[in-house]
Ligand binder design. Sequence first.
Ligand SMILES: Nc1ncnc2c1ncn2[C@@H]1O[C@H](COP(=O)(O)OP(=O)(O)O)[C@@H](O)[C@H]1O
Ligand SMILES: [Mg+2]
Length: 361
Amino acid sequence: MIKIYQFSYLLTPIQFTENLSTLSGRNMGTSKEIDLKRSDAFFQNLIQSAVDAIIAADKTGKVIIFNDAAAEISGYSVEEALKSLDIRDVYPGEGAKEVMKKLRSDEYGNKGKLKTYQANITGKNGDIIPIRLNASIVYERDKEVATIGFFHDMREEIEMKKKLEKTQVQLLQAEKMSSLGKLAAGVAHQLNNPLGGISLFTKLILEEYELEEKVKDDLHRILKDTQRCSDIVKELLEFARQTSQFMKPCDINRAITRTLFLLENQALFQNIITEKDLNPNLPPVKADIQQLNHMFMNIILNAAQAMEGKGNLTLKTFLNPAKDHICIEIADTGPGIPKEIKSNIFEPFFTTKKEGKGTGL
Ligand SMILES: Nc1ncnc2c1ncn2[C@@H]1O[C@H](COP(=O)(O)OP(=O)(O)O)[C@@H](O)[C@H]1O
Ligand SMILES: [Mg+2]
């Protein structure tokens, strides 16, 4: 059985041996000495090879145990930590004080113990590292002699949790888009015929009858609105199209340049300065070029509308450092997307624009 007080004597590796030897009595024979040395080595090995970081400090705050996992998570070497690290430097701010306060109170488990406490430690380079801490005060005849903490690195777990949450949100969003898209496409399809009818018969009336100017104006208004309905229907059908039959290797830069060429002649773009920084060495990507053009058209239009026709539009393409993704950056000097609507902008039909300006698709 390991008695806890022996732990408080585990100072530096050398002191550890000396202390245990002195502890173990004067009449120690040679074989006992060897046994003790063996157990010293064994305990040291146990601490050093633990997966979680183990850090112990004496009453003054001086670090007296610091295993390999502690070195790995913190960036301090075992030697430098044992030589000059103070436990107060391990926690950011007043963290060490906080831990001691909790350890001494009996509100967080038994007095002298702290279980699964979420905290941060500061790495050598100043990084804040989230950890889960199990700690205890080491007593010797009711007197505090040291504290020992077992630190579990939470970075990977937190990262995984974040990724999982993100994927869940994306999945939900995709599902929502897909069902909304299908519904919308169905409705759009149904609307096409009657819209065609309205448009055709309005044109017929206009052509075949002698009409007052006022009536003609009204009929033209009907035609214009019908055209707008048709445009929305077309957009909806485009939006819902999810087939991959048109997937071919595409030149992203060309798609951007082409879209820009079409848009730059529009009145809305007369006072917009466009800057292109397109990497000429991009590999082709497999995509539906029509959908790509459509997408660029929409994003660039969004930018021009946000800038109200005046400002700078920057388009940049580049390869990510791993060279397995093409990155496209489109920026405008408009007011930006307000924080409170950021989570809504990909929802079908979400728009902040006046009727006739935006459909939210
Ligand atoms: N470049 C931008 N700057 C500021 N707000 C933007 C920008 N692009 C999009 N938005 C906001 O996101 C909303 C949704 O955009 P979108 O889905 O393209 O629909 P729409 O353009 O038809 O409104 C816009 O109504 C606008 O409020
Ligand atoms: Mg838009």
